[in-house]
Design a binder for this molecule. Structure first.
Ligand code: GAR
Length: 184
């Protein structure tokens, strides 16, 4: 089976959705996390997934911590990377080591609302439709080739919270489907 790593920085609801997919076509063999206090770490422990946790502040540069990350990935025989709420820009060190093997899920219909707080950006902009994108990582911020997209309607009585809930429900369904498609 293909061995993959999930990268996450926060709550880990997408990590959980991937883990709960009973017919996942790969093994999630490592969780990489850049936030020692992130609650995704408890989820990894519950699922028995090994973790590599690092604090970027303790490294001199992005390439320094990414070298260490690449070392850990290679040690664990990882061939694919699924970013799931990993809130850092992937640098050339990691990108060159895993070219065309890093995908990301983003809570908007890219190229609209790239970067941070895409749900808040869309809500503030007052659009009537936003959505979810799964895309390959390249050297830009949320600019890589799109693999799948699904629209999510914004209702007139939505709050940012209710919109986020609906977007994340779509993410949790879509990401495992796209992953399975790519593993074949
Ligand atoms: C998800 O909504 C994901 O799309 C978003 O962060 C959230 C993480 O939630 N990612 C980005 O905004 C990337 N730019 P989770 O930790 O519960 O999976």
């Amino acid at each position: 089976k293909i061995r993959a790593a999930v990268f996450a920085s926060g709550a880990g609801s997408n990590f959980q959705a991937i883990m709960e997919r009973s017919d996942l076509q790969c093994d999630i063999s490592l969780l990489v996390c850049d936030k020692p206090s992130a609650s995704v770490l408890e989820k990894a422990e519950n699922f028995g997934v090994p973790t590599f946790v690092f604090d970027p502040k303790k490294y001199a540069s992005k390439s320094n911590y990414e070298k260490e990350v690449v070392r850990r990935l290679q040690q664990a025989n990882i061939s694919w990377i699924f970013l799931a709420g990993y809130m850092r820009i992937v640098g050339p060190t990691l990108l060159n080591a895993y070219e065309t093997k890093i995908i990301n899920i983003h809570p908007s219909l890219l190229p609209y609302f790239p970067g941070k707080d895409a749900i808040g950006q869309a809500y503030q902009a007052g659009v009537s439709t936003t959505g979810v994108t799964v895309h390959y990582i390249d050297e830009g911020i949320d600019t890589g080739t799109v693999i799948a997209q699904e629209p999510v309607e914004v209702f007139s009585d939505d709050t940012e919270e209710t919109l986020k809930e609906r977007i994340q429900q779509v993410e949790h369904r879509l990401y495992p489907i796209v992953i399975n498609r790519l593993m074949k």
